[in-house]
Design a protein around this ligand. Structure first.
Ligand code: NAG
Ligand code: NAG
Ligand code: NAG
Length: 324
């Protein structure tokens, strides 16, 4: 089964009454950013990062496509369990292209799935009890692109959980062109020091051309896996990239402004590693040990903007800015 979720010019707002804090002025920001339209097509496939590996991430491109353009069709296509929205528990391929859809207080889970594309989704204020903004578990070949994820910093760090968490040996994932902001614990890759048996050798994740703003930590926190972070702007954060439990990360062509610890190995007994090339660390330093990655370690080709060009390129384009 292949499914495309598409809404052109139609604002879909999905909200759980029981899990919906009062909207804040964030809404204005969301509206402004959503107006910066970038053309996209529903036949786009992942062309960057680890999602291109293992046969690639096409989201069912080439097969029969079901277009969903109303809230009723959307909820029918998904499985809503409590406050979790499941994409394709039993689907082999799933394609989701929305323009844009706003999920308030509802965690969107990709679980035991393969070949999934999620684009142009705005996720707001998912309470910890409802999971993460986007949760990717036991899944392979996932591309999250041009999404916006946010909560607020008014309720302490455990009121919400992650914005995009990638766990349980998920593999071949790219998160690109997304705006992640006003949140404490942004992105966990590998959820526990005790999950090495499942995660070691997996969790290959690329994060690029993303804009992270007003964040507490975890951009990302990575355990056991292999990460590639490039062309991204990190602004006003406590800690940034945290590499743990033998994880190796290649960090290239990024800008960190007002980030206390931009790249470090924190909070786990077993360290991770990070190789940093051409990053503006805003006067701070990379305190993680280097490990073995080099500028030619990645199995795919990619374009580096150069740290001097990142801010201008990323601010304003990252986020749910696609129009189909
Ligand atoms: C994902 O599936 C696994 C295996 O069935 C299950 O243990 C886990 O709880 C699921 N994740 C969520 C968020 O429900
Ligand atoms: C910077 O982030 C902190 C949270 O770490 C937040 O309290 C503060 O408001 C942010 N600053 C600005 C200018 O948004
Ligand atoms: C780097 O490679 C050497 C030689 O293969 C190996 O002994 C070491 O464990 C590697 N280090 C890391 C951090 O993977």
């Amino acid at each position: 089964m292949k499914l495309s979720l598409l809404s052109s010019g139609l604002a879909i707002f999905l909200q759980l009454a029981s899990a919906a804090p009062t909207p804040t002025s964030d809404e204005n920001v969301v509206q402004e950013r959503a107006n910066i339209a970038k053309r996209a097509t529903i036949t786009d496939i992942a062309t960057t990062g680890y999602a291109t590996q293992n046969g690639g991430t096409t989201g069912g491109n080439g097969g029969t496509v079901t277009t969903v353009s109303t809230l009723a069709q959307f909820t029918t296509a998904m499985t809503l369990q409590g406050s979790l929205l499941f994409l394709g528990l039993s689907l082999v391929q799933f394609r989701c292209e929305l323009g844009p859809i706003t999920l308030v207080g509802i965690g969107l889970y990709i679980n035991k799935s393969a070949n999934v594309i999620v684009r142009n989704i705005i996720s707001q204020k998912v309470l910890a009890a409802n999971g993460d903004g986007i949760g990717i578990q036991i899944s392979t070949n996932v591309w999250v692109d041009h999404c916006e994820l946010l909560s607020d910093l008014d309720n302490g760090k455990d009121y919400y959980d992650g914005l995009i968490d990638i766990t349980h040996a998920s593999e071949w994932v790219t998160v690109s062109n997304s705006y992640l902001h006003d949140h404490y614990k942004a992105s966990l890759i590998g959820h526990s020091d005790n999950n090495g048996a499942q995660d070691t050798g997996h969790l290959h994740v690329t994060q690029h051309n993303n804009y992270w703003e007003n964040i507490g930590s975890r951009t990302p926190s990575i355990r056991f896996g292999t990460g590639h972070v490039f062309n991204s702007y990190f602004k006003n954060m406590s800690t940034g990239i945290d590499t743990r439990d033998g994880a190796e990360v290649l960090v290239q062509s990024n800008v960190f402004t007002d980030v206390d610890e931009p790249i470090a190995a924190l909070y786990s007994d077993d360290t991770g590693y990070a190789v940093a090339i051409d990053n503006d660390l805003g006067g701070e330093s990379n305190t993680a040990p280097a490990g073995n990655l080099t500028a030619s370690s990645m199995p795919y080709s990619y374009s580096l903007l150069g740290s001097g060009s990142v801010v201008a390129a990323v601010v304003g384009t990252a986020g749910a800015t696609l129009s189909f």
